[in-house]
Design a protein around this ligand. Structure first.
Ligand code: FRU
Length: 317
């Protein structure tokens, strides 16, 4: 190929990306953000992270919709964004299966979609951003085993008793946090004596923990899939006068939530689950400028214990 043809091809590439780099409706780029709920501090933080990252970019405008933890409402809101032909969608879906079709429909219509935190099925989206929940679950399991093996009764040959309070099991973080934890504790002297789906909700976790306490005279550790559930479990144990006998472990590690519980000694460990809000805005800008982005971005996590929390925690191995 001679130089003139190469130069022509280069020009063609530039003009294609320039053609993509124009907001559909003139003025600023419109980004629709479909948030599954704002009931937990973690999701409020995600939206705040997105807002903060977007502030530095006057060329984009973000419209937020809150599905209030209702899958059908979230489906309708994604469809509304698609009908409005937004320039790009960011979706943090409540559940994987039922939210796959509206995400895929937007993507097939040519709207780039960044899926954040919880996954959808298949690969009809532009990019998925989130931490590795299986790895977090495994790290929590390995930490729990080490901690439980230090208990005198377990050292003396007894088995430890764990209560697992899962997240919503139709969402992928719940499935992965369970699978990673179970893989880590398999073959160890521990039994999961009670397991319940809290749907990520603190009041449900509290109720389920009341049941767990009623049927189990001895519980060594509670593994909760998020810090609100760990806190709900702690409150139930405290109401029963049993909080001092139990080790509580949670996930999210927000500075204003999990890390405070760790400092206060309510939780012995909290595993960080970054919101990905800033990364989603960075990716959105790159996509809108016509740049190629990887299909998957995996965020790193730290874990916090009383010993390391003031030093900023430790990265997961
Ligand atoms: C908030 C939340 C977090 C959790 C995440 C999982 O709705 O439950 O506590 O880590 O969602 O998607």
């Amino acid at each position: 190929m001679n130089k003139a043809i190469l130069a022509l091809l280069a020009l063609a590439v530039v003009s294609v990306s320039e053609a993509q780099a124009a907001p559909k409706h003139g003025g600023r780029w419109t980004i629709g953000m479909s948030q599954c709920n704002l009931g937990e501090p973690w999701r409020v933080q995600m939206n705040a992270d997105i807002r903060k990252a977007a502030e530095a970019h006057s060329e984009i405008e973000i419209i937020f919709k809150d599905a209030q933890n209702d899958t059908l409402r979230q489906r309708a809101q994604i469809e509304e964004f698609t009908d409005a032909d937004v320039d790009l969608l960011i979706v943090s879906p409540k559940e994987a299966a039922p939210l796959t079709p509206p995400v895929a429909a937007a993507f097939r219509r040519g709207i780039p979609v960044v899926v954040l935190d919880r996954k959808v099925l298949g690969d009809d989206f532009t990019q998925f951003i989130g931490a590795d929940n299986r790895r977090i679950g495994r790290a929590a399991g390995e930490w729990a085993v080490r901690r439980l093996l230090s208990l005198p009764r377990v050292k003396a040959g007894g088995r430890a008793r764990i209560v697992e309070l899962t997240g919503l099991m139709t969402s992928t973080p719940g499935q992965d946090r369970l699978a990673g934890f179970h893989a880590a504790v398999q073959g160890q002297p521990v039994d999961i004596v009670f397991s319940a789906d809290t749907q990520w909700l603190e009041p449900r976790a509290r109720e389920e923990m009341e049941s767990a306490l009623a049927v189990n005279p001895s519980i060594d550790l509670v593994y909760a899939h998020n810090d609100p559930a760990a806190h709900g479990a702690y409150l139930a144990a405290r109401a029963a006068g049993r909080e001092g006998d139990i080790i509580f472990v949670g996930i999210d590690g927000l500075p204003q939530e999990g890390r405070v519980y760790v400092r206060q000694g309510l939780l012995e460990a909290s595993f960080e689950y970054p919101t990905g809000g800033r990364e989603a805005v960075d990716s959105a800008l790159r996509i809108l400028r016509g740049e190629a982005v990887p299909k998957q971005v995996t965020l790193n996590s730290r874990f916090f214990t009383r010993d390391n929390v003031d030093g900023g925690g430790l990265w997961l191995p």
